[in-house]
Design a protein around this ligand. Structure first.
Ligand code: LIP
Length: 276
């Protein structure tokens, strides 16, 4: 079995280096462009950081492949193969970044044979480096992470996102899902504006669950393994196995909480990430 620790350490070091570009631009005026909706934003910094990360990795590992948010937005085919693949979100929380809301992350996952070997989520403004390697636990700034283990959904803080969709069906499903959860009831519902950091809150035990429909593989691939390695559970919102391409995820402190949320919420249709 190959040990991917060197790749993990490299991922951590380039995330840290690239964060200098993010933090410098964070305070400045940005040139903002729209992608799929009026709430799906991109800046020059997103594109610049993705290029920095990909070129650094390509120099060191010329045979490895990439799935990058901005490369896909620019027309590159999104295909997860068995080859070693880096799945990159250069700035998760671009809306936060544009508004200087202080939760933005560089998210890097690494897969081999379509299985995630490690994930790195660097929450740049907070200076929190979350990472996990398959079978080796999850950490933040070197300290081990543990999910809360909570089993009773009515005692949970649940994180979710409003998302970028603005069509009537997505909006009404998303808001009625929050209503349904509050009716269970849960202790609270939160949204930090970045799926990667949201899911890492489940890994810390600060939140007990996270669910979202409509995000992409680069938003959640890294944080999914961080939650799992912290002892949490990750599944599809329909209760089936987690599939990073399905654009639906529940991350939770326990199977009981994940299943309670899966029963409570409804999904709206969205194309899979790997659909042509
Ligand atoms: C965003 C997410 C955010 C989610 C949006 C979007 P981006 O990623 O992390 O939490 O609600 O749907 O995917 O575009 O900032 O990388």
């Amino acid at each position: 079995m190959t040990d991917w620790t060197d790749c993990l350490n490299f991922g951590i070091s380039i995330a840290k280096q690239a964060s200098e570009v993010v933090l410098l631009a964070f305070q400045q005026q940005k040139d903002v462009k729209l992608k799929s909706s009026p709430a799906d934003l991109v800046t020059e910094t997103d594109q610049q950081v993705e290029k920095i990360l990909i070129s650094a990795i390509r120099n060191k590992y010329p045979d490895h492949r990439f799935i990058g948010e901005e490369s896909v937005a620019a027309g590159e085919r999104l295909e997860l193969t068995d080859s070693p693949t880096w799945i990159i979100d250069p700035i998760d929380g671009t809306v936060n970044f544009v508004h200087r809301f202080p939760f933005v992350a560089i998210s890097i996952a690494f897969t081999v044979n379509k299985q995630t070997e490690f994930g790195v989520v660097y929450s740049c403004v907070e200076d929190k480096m979350f990472y996990a390697q398959r079978g080796k636990g999850a950490f933040v700034n070197g300290e081990p992470l543990y999910a809360s283990g909570q089993e009773d959904v009515s005692r949970c803080v649940v994180v979710t996102e409003i998302g970028a969709e603005r069509d009537d069906l997505s909006l009404s499903t998303m808001t009625s899902n929050i209503f349904r959860l509050l009716q269970l009831p849960v202790h609270g519902v939160r949204a930090m504006g970045t799926a990667a950091v949201d899911m890492c809150q489940v890994a810390t035990g600060g939140a007990d669950a996270y669910y979202h429909i409509g995000m992409h593989c680069w938003d959640i691939a890294a944080s999914a393994i961080i939650v799992q390695e912290a002892g949490g559970v990750v599944m599809d919102t329909d209760g089936s196995d987690f599939d990073m391409m399905s654009r639906r995820v529940i991350a939770a402190s326990s199977s009981a909480v994940a299943n309670s949320i899966a029963h409570a919420i409804q999904a709206f249709p969205c194309r899979r990430d790997d659909e042509d």
